[in-house]
Write a protein that binds this ligand. Structure first.
Ligand code: COA
Ligand code: AMP
Length: 631
């Protein structure tokens, strides 16, 4: 069937379309209703359906005789290991871990925080939670203790699972001191901490804390628990416009249906194929396409603990693709930019036979044309597919559907909307914009299965942040346009979220940290373009009267504060002192103008600005031509 026909079917009769996709997974009870609205008015898929996500990912493949097939390959240049887990192996370990969690009193609906590096136990823990209906919340290992504490307070977990360390190139990062600080800073008291001791670092355990291997030894395997389609599978926190992250909730039913279908329709893989998403389990890509999607579909998934470069060289990606016969590969453009920088002519690729690679997917940030051209040049015959999605949706919104029909690619576009997403481009007043005109990218409700039905214990924020700006339409937070043939071009965020090396971060949150410095009167943080990371944060800071600190020293202190409060992944390295920030006469900082200046773009001066001269001063500090035009 053609893409156009499939899209039309999903638009014309969504219930029939998604009922058909639902039949492609195994239910203990098929849903009574395909789509309806809950008491809050939120759309819910597959009410009345009963299933278990861990059963779909493991038990059913074993039952179907695929127990000896490889489910997960742990490839870790960081530790020099490659380890293969069959579906039967993985099931055994997951069932035992689930039993161990039950032993700590974890029951259906209880939360478990997983703060771990890229080790198999992280995926095992996720599946173990799913097995017993517990709700996991994975916290990316690069986040600092206050971020962990915020998540502990919001999710209120019974148990926190962690490891003694993570490995960043040749640096060993001890996790236990970070966990201790996070747990101490949180108001909610976690009942149990379990630590996986790794060979690279031994964590000191306090009384009452558990050693992972002893904890498992004492446990017995436990069976899966049937859950409702609408029961939560996990909470994943993501950056919003304020310091408080949003707890995106994923349900079990819609998630399993959408991911199962996406593996074949979008990524062009099926049971037995090898799929690799080089991300981290702490991000949505890791949830959907390292852990759940490939396993539900019966593919082999790769868990890669390493970087694209220096592990041992910039040929690491080619080595993994060749060694494990990867068919479909998904990574953020920033990772390929790192490879391109070290091996511009892609000479290291020649050492490997990557003829197995059929599709190259990229997402997570804008795919810049030079990186796209480089990939096309060095992957002859392999379609390079840019696809766009968000933590909130849980799976892609736009793509080229490798398993349906590959359309002619169009440089700069994220391809076309996936069946089930009714995408529109709106102006300020909510009018639909014609092709070629940039506006807010929104999706008409309902969102398809797999997308979030709410924010954890904050439905009011869900409504306010996503559905109130254009009632009936989901606000993606991205700006962009569509061309006359329906290809979608995503141009960047229109809110205070920035994308640094494929990591989503809140400038509002960084402002809260910077503003807490005793010498800072006020500040504004923006994403400045960066050749390697896509964007990096840049702070403009106004000092308090009488503050006696040298600009370099202030910058060093602010950098340290952001590392300690948010984490090194913020890549916060620059803070510039200015005399004032441009404001409207009513005192609002003109962030949009500053954003354009930081990007080196021209801007027009609104008539409401209180002091036009300040813009020239800031332009001087930024080292950009002021480009001032009176608007
Ligand atoms: N634990 C602890 N620290 C971490 C970390 C982790 N899991 N991940 C990154 N960091 C640290 C880095 O060590 C670095 O610290 P430093 O400032 O002390 O040197 C800092 O955070 C910045 O990291 P990053 O910007 O990620 O650079 P990098 O060189 O470590 O890695 C990439 C570069 C491209 C490999 C990495 O950014 C990447 O994989 N990005 C893609 C993210 C992604 O998958 N997004 C999902 C959409 S596909
Ligand atoms: P996250 O929720 O971390 O997955 O980040 C989602 C955000 O990343 C989106 O809102 C976009 O701003 C950006 N993004 C993801 N994929 C793409 C893409 N292919 N092109 C441009 N931006 C993207």
């Amino acid at each position: 069937m053609s893409y156009a026909e499939l899209y039309r079917q999903a638009q014309t009769d969504p219930q029939a379309f998604w009922a058909e996709r639902a039949r492609e997974i195994d239910w203990f009870r098929f849903p009574e209703t395909i789509l309806d609205q809950d008491a809050n008015g939120a759309w819910r898929w597959y009410r009345g359906g009963v299933l278990n996500t861990c059963y779909l990912a493991l038990d059913r493949h074993v039952a179907a005789g695929r127990g000896d097939d490889v489910a997960l390959i742990y490839d870790s240049p960081a530790t020099g290991q490659v380890q293969r887990f069959t579906f039967a192996n993985l099931l055994e370990q997951v069932a035992r871990t689930a039993g161990a969690l039950k032993g700590l009193g974890v029951e259906k609906g209880d939360r478990v925080i997983i703060y771990m590096p890229m080790v198999p136990e992280a995926v095992i823990a996720m599946l173990a939670c799913a097995r017993i209906g517990a709700v996991h919340s994975v916290v990316f290992g690069g986040f600092a203790p206050p971020e962990l504490a915020t998540r502990i307070d919001d999710a209120e977990p019974k148990v926190l699972l962690t490891a003694s360390c993570g490995i960043e190139f040749d640096r060993v990062i001890a996790y236990k001191p970070l966990v201790d600080a996070g747990v101490r800073q949180a108001k909610h008291k976690v009942s149990h901490v379990v630590v996986l001791q790794r060979a690279q670092c031994d964590a000191e355990l306090r009384p009452g804390e558990h050693d992972w291997s002893q904890w498992l030894e004492a446990a017995s395997p436990t069976d899966y628990v049937p859950v409702e389609a609408t029961d939560p599978l996990y909470i994943l926190y993501t950056s919003g416009t304020t310091g408080k992250p949003k707890g995106v909730v994923r349900d079990n039913g819609g998630h399993a249906v959408a991911l199962n279908w996406s593996m074949q329709a979008i990524y062009g893989v099926d049971a037995g194929d090898v799929f690799w998403a080089a991300s981290d389990v702490g991000w949505v890509v890791g949830h959907s396409y390292i852990a759940y999607g490939p396993l539900i579909r019966g593919c082999t998934s790769i868990l890669y603990e390493g970087k694209p470069v220096r592990t041992p060289d910039a040929g690491a990606f080619w080595r993994v693709i060749a060694e494990h016969r990867v068919k479909s590969f998904f990574v953020a453009p920033t990772a390929y930019r790192a490879v391109k920088k070290e091996d511009p002519d892609c000479l290291l690729q020649a050492k490997y036979d990557i003829s197995c690679l059929k599709y190259q997917f990229v997402a997570g940030e804008r795919l810049d044309p030079p990186t796209y051209d480089w990939l096309v040049a060095h992957l002859p015959g392999v379609p390079v597919i840019d696809h766009w999605w968000q933590t909130e949706t849980g799976w892609p919104i736009c793509t080229n559907l490798a398993g349906v029909e590959l359309l002619e690619p169009r440089t700069g576009s994220t391809n076309v909307p996936i069946p089930g997403y009714d995408l529109r481009i709106l102006d300020e007043e909510g009018r639909e914009l014609p092709p070629g005109t940039e506006g807010a990218v929104v999706i008409k409700g309902p969102l398809p299965p797999g997308s979030f039905p709410t924010l954890w214990r904050d439905h009011a924020r869900f409504e306010e942040a996503y559905w109130s700006r254009y009632p009936g339409f989901y606000l993606t937070g991205d700006g962009g346009y569509r061309d006359a043939d329906g290809y979608v071009f995503i141009m960047g965020r229109i809110d205070d979220v920035i994308n640094v090396a494929g990591h989503r971060l809140s400038t509002g949150e960084m402002e809260e940290v910077v503003a807490a410095h005793p010498a800072v009167a006020e500040c504004a943080v923006f994403g400045a373009e960066d050749a390697d990371k896509g964007q990096v944060p840049l702070a403009l800071v106004v000092l308090k009267d009488g503050a006696n600190i040298e600009a370099g020293a202030l910058q060093a202190e602010l950098v340290q504060m952001v590392r300690e409060q948010i984490g090194a992944i913020a890549n916060f390295k620059r803070a510039l002192v200015v005399k004032r920030l441009p404001k409207t006469r009513s005192g609002k900082i003109l962030r949009q103008i500053l954003r354009k200046m930081v990007d080196g773009k021209s801007y027009s001066m609104p008539s409401t600005i209180d002091d036009p001269a300040i813009l020239d001063e800031i332009a001087g500090v930024l080292g950009v031509a002021s480009g001032l035009r009176v608007g």
